[in-house]
Design a protein around this ligand. Structure first.
Ligand SMILES: Cc1cc2nc3c(=O)[nH]c(=O)nc-3n(C[C@H](O)[C@H](O)[C@H](O)COP(=O)(O)OP(=O)(O)OC[C@H]3O[C@@H](n4cnc5c(N)ncnc54)[C@H](O)[C@@H]3O)c2cc1C
Length: 497
């Protein structure tokens, strides 16, 4: 609670690989750490544990990600980290943060340091039919499979790009999904790519082995993987019945006359991920633009310090680079927080961070080796038509945006005029599309279009979490069962004579 002394030395937001490693490093160095995650279990996106109500009776029968995740989560045991689950951090200002735990009133806690490790979300792509029931993001489908053991549909087409285009269909097939076709937007690997990968192999053999395992998994399940093809539209009467895909060039722009149609009932879309920036934007951090890391990425130094004092960023939330990078960045951020707080000598922190730094250099060499194959092309943001819904929360179509885009390059103004980006997801699904439309109309680079100003709360919050429970008068909010027609909610004032 607010008061003289802080509630924690460091607040870690996010209980994925980055947040867990950061919390562990900071706590082991002697800091009092609060770790908040809105999900019911630690593990983040990759190490999602089965949901409430499930009990794992045989860990050996689970997949490797589950087992890695369990080991990482268990490494917090004995560190004294105060883990708060089902707890969203919905606002930050200076050293204060507002935490909302499911079913409880919001609390404000004070922490002079914050490590933001909120991860990423699917890179949204709008194409005709993307809002039809049956179209699902890779993250959504993965969550269903991992936490609920549920698979939607009978015939699934996967369309995506990057490492996920190999990993997801193979993983989903492992869970029993019937993937009839996998599409990768990027080009097929050439001999030069294989050579580059081989050069980057030292220290990355595990990851390369995974890639081979995924490829053989696709072959074993007889899932065709077609390179250089992209989803063009989903069609059907009230639900997905077929998907049209087409060949693309190196910029992912559709080559006319190459369209093909496949009958499916689920289209799973996975064109990579973009960092969750809201909290970093609220704290006033500065950003750079790197499309391959997800677009706008927070600026940080080699200790994961952002440009705002006391605020550190790690993991996919600071640039999408995968779970191994997230673990190492988290460790470095935790050590930095401890060193900056004066509980760890700077040279000790440097020595402790050295192995993580060496691994990061090797991981990044591997990413560099895949750049030609995995570079995101602008064509993926040019698939919508005038009639395509761009903001699905507020149902704003491309044609509804045209006038506003004509008059301004400011995404905030477009939001105010059209309501695009004002809904539940707060622009997560439409902002990148709108930025691409603005860039194309005004001849600007997408990197030059600033994201919309974030608003608190960054997550939907139930009114009961914010309402003052000490107020006894019913005010405007009275329980429904106490309302009777004889008792007006607001006393009618006597009308003036
Ligand atoms: C949808 C998706 C699917 C992926 N699938 C794979 C895969 O199959 N294989 C693979 O190798 N990699 C996969 N990745 C990449 C991998 O998951 C990440 O690289 C890794 O999880 C990054 O770790 P992280 O700790 O940075 O973020 P995450 O693991 O995403 O953890 C971030 C955590 O922060 C929490 N959080 C965010 N905002 C708040 C807030 N305001 N308040 C409280 N909690 C908050 C989230 O609930 C989440 O648990 C996937 C990524 C995504 C986004």
């Amino acid at each position: 609670m607010l008061g003289g002394s802080p509630d924690a030395d460091v607040l870690v937001v996010g209980g994925g690989p980055a947040g867990i490693s950061a919390a562990r490093a900071a706590a082991r160095a002697g800091l009092k750490v609060v770790l908040a995650d809105e999900r019911p279990a630690l593990g983040g996106q990759i190490y999602k544990q089965p949901g409430p109500g499930f009990t794992v009776t045989d860990a050996a029968a689970m997949d490797r990600q589950f087992r890695y995740g369990r080991t990482l989560i268990d490494s917090l045991d004995g560190t004294g980290v105060d883990v708060r689950l089902r707890t969203g951090v919905v606002a930050v200002e200076g050293s204060r943060a507002v935490l909302v735990t499911e079913g409880e009133p919001a609390v404000t806690i004070q922490a002079p340091r914050m490590i933001l490790a909120p991860g990423a979300h699917d890179r949204p792509v709008a194409f005709p039919g993307w809002t039809l029931p049956g179209v699902i993001t890779a993250g959504g489908l993965q969550t269903l499979a991992k936490t609920q053991r549920v698979l939607p549909g009978r015939r699934i087409l996967f369309a995506g790009a990057g490492p996920v285009a190999l990993a997801f269909p193979a993983q989903l097939a492992h869970y029993g999904a019937n993937i009839v076709l996998a599409l990768e937007a990027g080009p097929a690997p050439k001999a030069a790519d294989i050579l580059n990968l081989a050069r980057a192999a030292p220290g990355n053999t595990g990851l390369l082995r995974d890639a081979v395992r995924y490829r053989t998994g696709l072959l074993r399940h007889r899932i065709p993987l077609r390179y250089g093809r992209i989803v063009v539209r989903a069609e059907g009467d009230g639900k997905v019945e077929r998907v049209v895909h087409a060949a693309v060039g190196p910029d992912w722009r559709v080559r006319p006359g190459t369209e093909q149609t496949v009958d499916v009932d689920v289209l799973c879309v996975g064109y990579g991920f973009v960092p969750s920036l809201e909290l970093m934007r609220l704290t006033g951090c500065e950003f750079d633009y790197e499309e391959d890391l997800g677009g706008h990425v927070v600026r940080r130094d080699e200790w994961q310090r952002t440009t705002v004092e006391g605020v550190y960023a790690a993991g996919d939330g600071a640039g999408v680079e995968g779970s191994f990078v997230a673990v190492d960045e988290g460790t470095i951020a935790g050590l930095a927080a401890a060193a900056d707080a004066g509980v760890l000598a700077a040279d000790t922190a440097a020595t402790m961070a050295a192995p993580a730094r060496r691994r990061l250099v090797r991981r990044r060499a591997l990413s560099a080796a895949t750049t030609r194959m995995y570079r995101v092309g602008p064509g993926v943001f040019e698939l919508s038509t005038e009639d395509t819904v761009i903001c699905r929360c507020e149902v704003v179509r491309r044609r509804d945006l045209a006038e506003a885009i004509e008059s301004t390059e400011d995404i905030n103004v477009i939001k105010a005029y059209t309501r695009a980006g004002m809904g539940l997801c707060q622009g997560k699904n439409c902002q990148r599309q709108i930025a691409a439309l603005i860039a194309s109309r005004h001849g600007r680079a997408v990197s030059a279009i600033a994201p919309a100003t974030p608003r608190m709360p960054v997550r939907p919050v139930p009114i009961s979490a914010l309402a003052d429970h000490d107020i006894v008068g019913p005010g405007l909010f009275v329980p429904a069962d106490t309302i009777s027609v004889e008792t007006p909610l607001v006393e009618e004032k006597e009308s003036a004579p």
